[in-house]
Ligand binder design. Structure first.
Ligand SMILES: [Zn+2]
Length: 281
């Protein structure tokens, strides 16, 4: 290399200050630490991680509105508040609801991811996004952006894998992914301990008990998805570790970016293939 931009930057692996002209990090030995892809081509775009939480909320609302407008005349009857503003089952199926039906009959394995972004009614999306808005900033602060994305994405997928294995035919919702964030928080609180850890464990543990009771009382709740998300989140929290113990390393960025890329591709495919079936086929 002949000319390099001057100045300093943080090593994408160990986070220590290095010179931009470095071909190898003097602290951790990472080769080519200035390479773009090592700094996270997708998540490095997100300069303000707090806005990322609103982005996820925006994507969920956008897809919900799209699912309502797709077959407007087949929406749920407004008489029942639980199904008020419900997208039709055709909309949800096309956009990637998951379960044994879409997977076994239609080969839609990608729905294990897309179903995390679909909702069945205004109450369903409201409560899921409310819970997400509560727990996400905490996970973002303790685990950082890339690990939060990984916990959210893989935990949601695992929730739906478990509910698929349990034989649930048709299911949707962000709650498996939200439960994964809760599971990671429980692990963090236990592992960290101290006054903060104990208080956090009690508070979030209380949510889990409420969720469990709610799931037993209200019909149609995918308890397998919730449980699968919760366990996956605790496991992922343990495997990935958190900022206080292990500051974000290159491997976290790679996995976080893979999860982001996978989500973008699956959601684009869900919307694109739905538009083709609805308006062209
Ligand atoms: Zn380094």
């Amino acid at each position: 290399m002949t000319k390099q931009s001057k100045g300093a930057m943080l090593c994408p692996n160990c986070g220590k200050l290095i010179s931009r002209s470095e071909t190898e990090c003097p602290h951790c030995g990472l080769k080519n630490p200035t390479s773009k892809w090592k700094n996270g081509p997708l998540t490095a775009f997100i300069k303000n991680p707090d806005l990322f939480i609103n982005l996820i909320i925006g994507i969920n609302i956008g897809i919900y509105v799209f699912s309502l407008l797709l077959y407007p005349r087949r929406m749920g009857m407004p008489m029942n508040p639980l199904s008020f503003l419900s997208p039709s089952n055709d909309s949800l199926m096309l956009l990637g609801a998951t379960g044994t039906f879409p997977i076994d009959r239609m080969g839609r394995w990608w729905s294990l991811l897309s179903a995390n972004y679909l909702h069945g009614s205004i109450l369903h999306i409201f409560f899921n996004l409310l819970a997400f808005k509560q727990i996400a900033p905490l996970v973002l602060r303790e685990f950082g952006l890339n690990r939060m994305i990984t916990i959210y994405t893989l935990g949601g997928i695992n929730g739906f894998v478990i509910s698929y294995v349990a034989g649930v035919a048709f299911t949707i919702g962000a709650s498996a992914a939200v439960c994964s964030l809760i599971g990671a928080t429980l692990y963090f609180a236990r592992s960290r301990g101290g006054i903060y850890g104990h208080a956090l464990f009690r508070q979030v543990g209380g949510w889990v008990i409420a969720l469990f009771i709610f799931g037993l009382l209200v019909p149609g709740i995918n308890n397998w998805g919730h449980g699968g998300g919760l366990i996956a989140g605790a496991f992922l929290g343990m495997m990935l570790s958190y900022e206080e113990k292990t500051p974000e390393r290159l491997i976290h960025k790679i996995i976080g970016n893979l999860c982001t890329a996978m989500t973008i591709l699956v959601l684009l495919w869900a919307v694109f293939s739905t538009l083709i079936v609805r308006f062209l086929a």
